[in-house]
Design a protein around this ligand. Structure first.
Ligand SMILES: C[S@@+](CC[C@H](N)C(=O)[O-])C[C@H]1O[C@@H](n2cnc3c(N)ncnc32)[C@H](O)[C@@H]1O
Length: 256
């Protein structure tokens, strides 16, 4: 009953925000002096390794929090994605929200390919964030100046380009978070979405999925098994900077 009411409300709000346009000043953030990141001795190697392979200057200008968030993701891509040595790569981020972490994907894309297209797809771009800007407005700020990087407004299920790398951070694989994030229940299709995302991969393409909490990770494993996907499990991710309230878990699906 409660889910039904939430679903009704989400349908109504979702419709409204997709049909009302607000006009105001562009979103910006005040860049902070990143300086040398204070990092525990145990983790120094991690930063040195990233500095050797990637141009971390591309993550700036930035706030400290956003810089660390991007380092967290870049570290994951570096550890778990294969460098495929292709000249051209197509990279997709699924459910990009405000795409605050786009620079990690951009820096990774740039380092693995001479030319690339980086797309982020989001079905609910007009949802307001706590600062009262919507996701699209904020994403425009984070993607400013990044070449070949596109924030696509749309449903993954109707998107049909092919990709070499797919990144899927916190897919909705239980109903409750989807309802809390304001989406109508008709968009709750974890199995169909995973299957569709898998079909978007080129041969030897790789998809990294990050889940929140062990319960969602277990459901993810079951979905992967049901669809007979070739998956590797990396367990809990390293949250060196203590950025996230909940533990995150990671797996990679490869298309043979
Ligand atoms: C839990 S949020 C994760 C957001 C972001 N990846 C992050 O880690 O901050 C899931 C996102 O997926 C989006 N989403 C859900 N279903 C989608 C679909 N069918 N197509 C595109 N985006 C979708 C939601 O609107 C939401 O922004």
């Amino acid at each position: 009953m409660r889910n039904c009411l939430n679903d009704l409300k989400n349908n109504f709000d979702f419709f409204l925000r997709n049909h009302i346009t607000l006009s105001r000043k562009n979103y910006t953030e005040k860049a902070e002096d990143i300086g040398d990141i204070v990092i525990e001795d145990d983790n120094k190697n991690f930063l040195e390794k990233l500095k050797k392979s990637y141009d971390l200057e591309l993550l700036k200008p930035s706030t400290k929090r956003n810089f660390l968030e991007n380092l967290y993701f870049l570290n994951l891509f570096n550890k778990h994605f294969s460098k495929n040595n292709r000249q051209n790569n197509f990279i997709l981020d699924i459910g990009s929200k405000n795409w605050s972490y786009v620079k990690s994907e951009y820096v990774f894309s740039k380092s693995v390919s001479q030319s690339f297209v980086l797309n982020g797809i989001e079905i609910d771009p007009y949802r307001l964030c706590s600062n009262l800007y919507n996701r699209l407005e904020i994403a425009k700020y984070y993607t400013k100046g990044l070449e070949n990087t596109n924030y696509i407004i749309g449903d993954l299920m109707t998107h049909n380009q092919k990709y070499n790398y797919i990144i899927w951070i916190l897919p909705f694989i239980t109903e409750y978070p989807l309802l809390r994030w304001g989406l109508p229940l008709k968009y709750f299709k974890p199995k169909e979405m995973l299957e569709h995302a898998y079909n978007l991969l080129n041969k030897n393409g790789e998809m990294l999925i990050i889940n929140q909490g062990e319960h969602e990770y277990d459901i993810q494993k079951n979905l992967n098994r049901t669809l007979k996907l070739n998956a590797e499990y990396f367990g809990e991710t390293e949250d060196i900077f203590g950025l996230f309230k909940n533990k995150r878990y990671c797996c990679k699906i490869t298309k043979s």
